[in-house]
Design a protein around this ligand. Structure first.
Ligand SMILES: Cc1cc2nc3c(=O)[nH]c(=O)nc-3n(C[C@H](O)[C@H](O)[C@H](O)COP(=O)(O)O)c2cc1C
Length: 629
């Protein structure tokens, strides 16, 4: 540790070039060491600072503070010089009040990136804390045991207990004497971390934090008790690692800095150039399958043309120095409005196939949608996944028992939504594949979810050879009769949200909603691979949005290649987008790192596009960001 002395701020792992900083404020009776486990769970992009209140450890010679305001003033005085990089504050229990007051002071000088409050009621509410000075030592120790924050071995040592009680009583006096100034509010967003088994705080009791910020407030539920955030291996580490992800545009700064030493990115940052780079590393069959559009390629070209036809009309002078790209879709917060589209048979492109894509997506903090026709099973894919949500794309087989089995497996493996693809009841007319007589699935690629499925296997003859397996797959896979009556059935077998992928017509969007079976729509033409001559997905989007209003989230894909494209899709009514081929090119060229690179570039481009058009939040991206056409 550095800086040990009279200053309150400790640097757990000095990382002066880290993109973000997190300052942690301990609970009553606690010390800066409380956050050691949590700091270890954060990435090299985060510099963790801990606050040592006076009166303890190496600051034992300093009298304990008598009020929260004094603790906050001291911390703010030392943190104010650190506002040049994004600074987040995290306070646990009483530390939440200190963090809150510190953030209020810091916001007089600059911006605090965000505040995390753990196991703590809102500042204006009654904390119902007992008067520890009126309780005898045994009663206070019993309370400590009940909350579980101090290891039993320490509670057996009389001098340790004496010290803990001294600090706890002093801190409690400060806590009980705290009064929240009327109307005290932060500009920074507040994230409430609440453990389900915290005997001191309930969801109801922490709800009021929302009144204390104008920057947005959300609650993340953790397992464990009052001290869950501090426990080794805590889920809080995952939550924070996700939330403290450096701003995507930091990639640009990192590239230029590396350039000073002669370094350049391994892959181009121009996502429109990736296809040409990937061509030489793919077999002709794979190249045809991956790149090929249906028919004469009109829809494929229309997808790009639709984006090109809609110029942005950016706003200036809006102070968009800090951007929040996060969105909430189906009740889950996503770090950015981007997901990986389901793409079949990815081992054709790279031996690690979907597993590399999923890991690359996790590296970039992007959720993925796994294809029914993946090369690895949905269970294997789930095991490779990070904390981001994962969705399962379903091609509804023509046997309902098999369909139900796939859905149940997806539920068990932690997929949080079913994406029913409706624009491919049969394969489109794809000359690139037809001319080579090549359909990957008939070569055994992309059928792992079937061959691992008990219902599918039950339909095979004894000792099946490859041919028998493929014949059975071909029998159950094609479902040209897919229709609206399948939807209530699907609804009846799963409680997971269902999104329809491939909706273009507003009447279909309305029908989907009228059925009451659908939780979201994906406006897509399969990247121009199904019905050639059909409308560009972007052109279909506004009417679909108009048809359903805000009733359900709408996502879109097909032709998205740049950050500006994402802005345009959002401006026309999408809540989020899916990226298709570009990440496959990244996968082909550099495996997991290639996928992460593609996503990081897209997010950096989006982040900068927001900065350059005056948007600080995704909600700022509205239709008036587009030039009238
Ligand atoms: C090679 C390839 C395979 C695909 N496989 C699937 C699939 O299994 N399921 C599905 O719903 N969509 C599939 N898609 C469509 C994508 O999910 C997505 O809609 C499309 O790629 C988006 O367009 P873009 O490639 O222009 O970004 C596939 C697309 C490609 C290029």
């Amino acid at each position: 540790m550095l800086n040990v002395g009279t200053t309150p701020i400790r640097t757990v792992h000095p990382r002066p070039s880290a993109a973000v900083q997190l300052a942690c404020f301990p609970h009553a009776g606690g010390s800066a060491d409380a956050f050691t486990a949590l700091a270890g769970a954060l990435s090299a992009d985060v510099e963790t600072l801990t606050v040592q209140y006076p009166g303890r450890r190496e600051r034992a010679a300093h009298p304990c503070a008598t009020d929260i305001a004094a603790l906050a003033a001291e911390a703010a005085g030392h943190l104010a010089s650190r506002l040049d990089r994004p600074l987040y504050l995290l306070g646990h229990s009483m530390g939440a009040l200190v963090a809150f007051e510190t953030a209020r002071l810091l916001e007089r000088a600059g911006a605090v990136a965000g505040v995390f409050v753990s196991a703590a009621r809102p500042p204006g509410d009654d904390w119902a804390e007992p008067d520890l000075d009126a309780m005898d030592d045994a009663a206070v120790v019993a309370e400590l045991r009940r909350l579980g924050g101090v290891p039993e071995a320490l509670l057996a040592e009389a001098d340790v207990v004496e010290e803990i009680l001294r600090l706890l009583r002093a801190d409690h006096r400060a806590l009980r004497g705290y009064t929240c100034p009327p109307g005290a509010t932060l500009r920074a967003p507040v994230t409430v971390l609440l453990a389900g088994a915290d005997s001191k705080n309930s969801a109801e009791q922490v709800r009021g934090w929302a009144r204390h910020t104008t920057g947005g407030c959300d609650t993340v539920l953790l397992s464990g008790g009052h001290f869950a955030v501090l426990a080794p291996g805590s889920e809080a580490g995952v939550v924070l690692a996700d939330r403290l992800r450096p701003a995507p545009a930091g990639l640009v700064r990192a590239i230029y800095l590396a350039g000073l030493g002669g370094g350049t990115p391994r892959l181009t940052t121009d996502l429109t150039a990736l296809e040409d780079l990937a061509r030489p590393v793919l077999t002709p069959d794979t190249l045809g399958y991956l790149v090929g559009d249906a028919g004469a390629g009109e829809t494929g070209r229309a997808n790009r043309a639709a984006y090109n036809r809609r110029p942005l009309l950016p706003r200036m002078l809006r102070g968009a120095d800090r951007r929040d790209l996060s969105v909430t879709v189906l009740g889950r917060r996503l770090p950015a409005p981007v997901l990986l589209a389901p793409v079949a048979a990815q081992t054709l492109v790279h031996p690690e196939g979907e597993l590399a894509s999923i890991r690359g997506a996790a590296d970039a903090g992007v959720p993925f949608v796994l294809s029914t026709n993946a090369s690895y099973t949905l269970e294997e894919a789930a095991a490779a996944a990070g904390p981001q949500p994962r969705w399962f794309q379903l091609y509804l087989p023509n046997e309902r028992a098999l369909a139900e089995s796939l859905v149940r497996r997806a539920e068990r493996a932690g997929y949080s939504a079913i994406v029913l693809t409706v624009d491919a009841p049969t394969f489109g007319y794809r000359p690139t594949d037809l001319d080579r007589g090549y359909l990957p699935f008939l070569h055994g690629a992309g059928i792992a979810n079937f061959t691992a499925d008990p219902v599918f296997r039950a339909g095979l003859p004894d000792d099946p050879d490859d041919r028998a397996v493929l014949q059975h797959w071909a029998r159950v896979f094609a479902n040209p009769g897919l229709n609206w009556e399948d939807l209530p059935w699907l609804r009846s077998v799963t409680s997971l949200p269902i999104l329809l992928k491939g909706i273009l017509h507003p009447a279909d969007a309305r029908l989907a909603l009228d059925q009451g079976a659908v939780d979201g729509l994906i406006v897509s033409n399969h990247g121009g691979r199904q019905l050639d001559g059909s409308v560009a997905a972007l052109d279909a989007l506004p009417a679909v949005r108009a048809a359903v209003g805000d009733a359900v989230p709408i996502l879109t894909d097909s032709g998205i290649r740049t950050g500006s494209d994402v802005l345009k899709a959002l401006a026309l009514g999408a809540d989020a987008v899916l990226l298709g081929r570009p990440y496959l090119y990244g996968l082909a060229l550099d495996g997991r790192a290639g996928v992460a690179h593609v996503l990081r570039c897209l997010l950096a481009d989006l982040d900068l596009a927001m900065a350059l058009s005056g948007c600080t939040r995704i909600a700022d991206v509205t239709a008036d960001l587009l030039a009238p056409t």
